[in-house]
Design a protein around this ligand. Sequence first.
Ligand code: NG6
Ligand code: CA
Length: 508
Amino acid sequence: MQLKNSISLLLGALVALGTSSCKNATKQTVNTKPNIIIIYADDLGYGDLSCYGATGVQTPNIDHLAKNGVRFTDAHSTASTCTPSRFSVLTGSYAFRNNAAILPGSAPLLIRPGTPTLPAMFQKNGYNTAVIGKWHLGLGDGTPTWNDQLRPGPLEIGFNYSFIVPATLDRVPTVFVENHQVVGLSTSDSLSISYDHKVGNLPTGLEHPEMTRMLADSQHSGTIIDSISRIGFMTGGKSAWWKDEDITATVVSKVKNYIHQNKQHPFFLYFAPTDVHVPRAPNARFKGASKMGPRGDAIAELDWSVGQVIDYLKKEGLADNTLIIFSSDNGPVLDDGYQDQAEALVGSDRPWGPFNGGKYSAFEAGTRMPTITYWPGHIQQTVSSTLFSHVDFYASLADLIGYKLNPGEAPDSYDMLPVIMGKSSKGRESMLEESYTLSLRAGNYKYIAPQTAAIPDWMKNKKIPTGLSKAPQLYDLSTDTAEHKNLAAIHPDIVQSMQQTITGIQQK
Ligand code: NG6
Ligand code: CA
């Protein structure tokens, strides 16, 4: 493999350095394996970055990655919502295998200890591993014990360190969890939450909308914390509550600490920024950074975080030895329950790019993600239209570090390392997309399996078509990027064969 050759060349060079001189070189020889950072943003759409056509906000730091790395135009998260997409990145499995769907903040750990995971794979190969940022994959065995040790969690499935937002910004509890503990919790003020009834006396958005800084729909009108009403109810644990405006800076400082502590040791960092999910309350420093109000400003804040990582790697002398993969977990949504003017201020920008749909949708914008790989001196700069899925990170990164997958490990993951490195354009022959149904991409076609559950084809408040229909749908993306013209009736043979492929994947 070409890449392995280049790694051995690099190894050779470092060893040579180590024999010829000084302390620094000796230090560097310790860390000969490349570090890997996956930066996985939240709800960032295909058209949300200036390198993908955004004009209402500029994203110079992420654009820098794109200009010097591989910018994908047909790369996908596995699903159009968060939990299933993140499940797939970390396990190399499609989420339907585990019935993974959006989790409440009280859910137990979805990935059971003992399951092969991407971080555990790195650990086995001598890496230190961390998750910093959004988790949303559950904690504990039953109901999480917020006032006690929270386990199992990230540390039980392959991470050496974790600093997480347990679920989403719009869900209780609004606290960080570091390793097994809620950060800053006082023993004299225990924290409790519920998703079905009010606990404690804190005001809710339903009772006191005037106490909130942005109005929310009824589902987001539970307990008000930091002037924002949330999904669910919460009381106590006051010393541990986050301030929304400070979340990104806190998380970025943890990222820097982690990189610093591991600068002489290979590491895998899953950095999951909370921008640009609702409620969008970026730091005041970013107010007006875009022309698009809080949603655009949150994109600017996200770009800042990426810039901080790039600069810090340089400062620590790690830039040339670190592969960065940047992407997002699902497509964009303007109104996800809070009135923050996202729709009014979007202007002529198209967060969903040239595609139809968005978050939650079976149409392309649900899963087609801005995706960039960057590794100075190693990646061949290019724009890649290769069909690629984030479930492939697992097998590709295994190849990068010379690890052979065990039978059954990362069952849906293909080794696409040459594509990640910009050295091949040979993509997947077929790829599953998950939403409230299953879809399949193969050749020029996209097939969306019929969905009989009572989910509408149009989400009125969000103004997003779900892409669901009781009838099969078939689109030719080479002539119909926006999935408007259903060809299923004209090509029943293609419909049948694509449905069979899905059934085959399901039975694997
Ligand atoms: C939905 C929430 C939405 C968001 C989403 C998860 C309601 C009405 N909406 O159920 O606000 O939290 O879940 O987003 O409850 S995700 O990016 O983590 O998938
Ligand atoms: Ca998301």
